[in-house]
Write a protein that binds this ligand. Sequence first.
Ligand code: ADP
Ligand code: ADP
Ligand code: ZN
Length: 213
Amino acid sequence: MKIIMLGAPGAGKGTQAEMICEKYNLPHVSTGDIFRANIKNGTDLGKEAKQYMDKGQLVPDELTVRILLDRVAKEDCKNGYVLDGFPRTIPQAEVLDQELTKLGDKVDFAINVDVPDENIINRMGGRRACVTCGATYHVQFAPPAKEGICDKCGSKLILRDDDKPETVKNRLDVYHKQTQPLIEYYSKKGVLKEVDGTVSMNEVFESIVSILK
Ligand code: ADP
Ligand code: ADP
Ligand code: ZN
C-alpha cells in the first residue's frame, strides 16, 4: 500500500502517518525528517536544505526528489510506505508517478488532512520535537510524560526554528501556492480522500482507518 499524506504544515500529517505505519506495519518516509537528520549530522545535503528550511521555503525539487527516490528504493519500502511531506509540488508528484509507472505501480491513497489556517497557527506554537528521534509532541494536545523530555528516547524536546510564528506564516503562503494544487492533481487521479483534521488525533485516525479498510 502506497499512501501520501497531504495537508498544510502542522495539519497532523506526521502524527497520522506514525499511527498508520504502526497499525499497517509500513515505513514512515518524511522528507522533513530526512533533511533534519542531515542538518544534525552536518552533511552537505543538510547545509543546502537548511538555507531554505530556515526561511520557510521549499527545498528545490531536484534535490528533494533525489533523496526521496533513494529512500523508497530501499528494501523496507518494497511492500509500500507512507509519504509524509512529499510531494509538495506538482513537479514532485509527476516524478513520483513516472517512477511508479515504470515499476507497474501507483499511489493508492492521497489523504488530505484538512485544517484551516487559523487552527494551524495555534498548533505550531505548541509543537515540540525530539532532537534525537524526531518524535512530535504538543504542549497541550499531546504532552510527553515528563515536560521537555522525549517519551521514546529520553532526549530533549525543542520548538523547531521553523515553527516560530514568522516562519509559519511563510510556510502557509508557500503551502497555498505550491502544495495545495496537489489536492486537485490527486482528485483527478481518483485517489484523493479528505479527512477533517480539526478533531482529536484519535478521531482523525478513525476516519483514516475507515478509508483504508
Ligand atoms: P511539517 O511537518 O510542518 O509539514 P516538514 O518536516 O514536512 O514540515 O518540512 C519541513 C521543511 O522541510 C519544509 O518547510 C521544507 O523547507 C522542507 N521540505 C520537506 N519536505 C519537502 C518537499 N517535499 N519539498 C521541498 N521541501 C521540503
Ligand atoms: P504535520 O506533520 O502536518 O506538520 P504534526 O503531526 O507534526 O503535523 O502536528 C502538528 C502539531 O499539532 C504537533 O504538535 C501535534 O502533536 C499536534 N497535533 C496533531 N494532530 C492534532 C489534532 N488532531 N489535534 C490537536 N493537535 C494535533
Ligand atoms: Zn526522542
